[in-house]
Design a protein around this ligand. Structure first.
Ligand code: CTP
Length: 399
């Protein structure tokens, strides 16, 4: 199944930091995602990792610093710069960042950066004091101003033993930054999309909640796919245990009421609302202040209807609902298009093994206001998201 990195030319610059080992994993993940990865290493990087390691993973030549300017490979790396869909430097050392900010081109990597028109993403890794140094901060500010995307660093334990800012982001997070940066000029550029995800949790007492089996994966895939097409994405999420998508505004919530408040707040300036969350229809009428003790054989909990968020969220934005059904899929979904006055509904049969809770695939039908049913095959949740976003895009007024 085609993902956003399929057949993309990625130049992966690696500079001399102990975090180089993570670049090996990143290269591997990029190759697995279908990208053509050309690694360009600084001299320092070759002291940490052998070029052969990257060559074995990428099945492509690795450009290193020990090159002869007259040689064919010297010309080759300029053509790499021209071919690149993105240049990623991970890890980027303090020295590399200073060279980039100064516009220097004294090695294959910095020359590639100067010679390319592709977007540049850098992932700094260094000791906390180096990161905090005014020179580094000024250099990073200069690079950001030029449109360079700076991913991280993350706080945590550093190689020196110090705690602070300076850790290279983990490869899965870097992948998110890469697809987001490549998609910046996509067809949703300039649009704001609010996505809800996960199953809400309605408290019974300080210990127990009423919730459901929604994993949140569909909503997260939608947030990532919209981001990778250039949208500003707000993800209002009740899911737990999923990694925060990079370059997405994440708003964590617990209950249906919290989700309602967050959605109504963020949708004010949105172009589309996609409610992928499994919102509780009922919550306990009151929450016990103390843990409920076991006593009688039967316990009855009074429930009160929650606010229907889709019904409450009105405005000039495109409104998309989900309809998870265990019977009469299409009829129930069509009824919701009418009752909730939706532009589009995504109907999925939760009894189908390809679309059950927590899976990475989904099999859905899309139903618009005209009640025509578009049945989609089993697709990854990311691809389902893109099909939904194609329909959303067609409903948006032309910019
Ligand atoms: N939804 C919502 N607010 C609620 C309940 C649901 O915004 N309080 C949204 C869901 O996020 C979904 C759509 O409404 O996009 C349909 O949700 P679903 O639970 O299938 O429909 P309900 O209207 O609750 O109907 P039922 O549970 O009876 O099938």
């Amino acid at each position: 199944m085609a993902g956003p990195l399929e057949n993309k030319h990625i130049v992966l610059g690696v500079t001399g930091s102990i975090a180089c080992y993570k670049a090996v994993d990143l290269a591997s993940k990029l190759v697995q995602a279908g990208a053509l990865v050309d690694v360009v290493m600084s001299y320092g990087a070759t002291r940490f990792i052998a070029p052969l390691t990257f060559r074995a993973i990428t099945h492509r030549d690795v450009v290193t610093d020990g090159f002869d300017p007259q040689s064919e490979s010297a010309i080759e790396h300029v053509s790499l710069a021209h071919r690149a869909d993105i240049v990623v430097i991970a890890p980027a050392t303090v020295h590399c960042i200073a060279k980039l900010a100064g516009g220097l081109a004294d090695d294959p990597l910095t020359t590639t950066v100067i010679a390319t028109k592709a977007p540049l993403l850098i992932a700094p890794a260094m000791d906390a004091n180096m990161f905090d140094h005014p020179a580094t901060q000024e250099n990073l500010a200069k690079l950001r101003q030029r449109g360079v995307v700076v991913a991280g660093p993350a706080p945590g334990r550093l190689a020196s033993g110090m705690m602070g800012m300076g850790r290279l982001l983990e490869p899965p997070e870097l992948l998110g930054y890469i697809t987001a940066t490549m998609g910046k000029q996509g067809d949703l550029d300039g649009r704001t999309v609010v996505v809800s995800a996960g199953g809400t949790m309605e408290a019974i007492d300080p210990v127990r909640v009423i919730t459901n089996h929604s994993s949140g994966k569909m909503g997260y895939a939608l947030a990532e796919a919209a981001r990778d097409r250039g949208a500003n994405v707000v993800l209002v999420t009740a899911a737990s245990g999923l990694a925060e998508p990079a370059m997405v505004k994440v708003v964590p919530v617990g209950s249906a009421q919290e989700m309602c408040d967050a959605v109504l707040e963020h949708v004010k300036s949105a172009d589309a609302l996609i409610m992928a969350a499994a919102v509780a229809d009922y919550r306990p009428s009151s929450q016990a202040e103390q843990k409920i003790k076991k006593s009688e054989d039967d316990l009855t909990i009074a429930l009160t209807k929650t606010t229907d968020i889709l019904q409450a969220a009105r405005g000039s934005f495109v409104r998309v609902g989900f309809s998870a059904e265990s019977q009469d899929l299409v009829e129930n979904a069509k009824a919701k298009v009418k009752s909730k006055d939706l532009d589009l509904i995504v109907a999925n049969d939760i009894t189908d093994p390809d679309s059950g809770f927590g899976r990475d695939t989904n099999k859905v039908a899309l139903i618009g206001r005209d009640l025509q049913v578009e049945e989609l095959p089993v697709l990854s949740k990311y691809e389902v998201s893109n099909r939904i976003l194609d329909r959303v895009l067609a409903l948006l007024p032309v910019n």
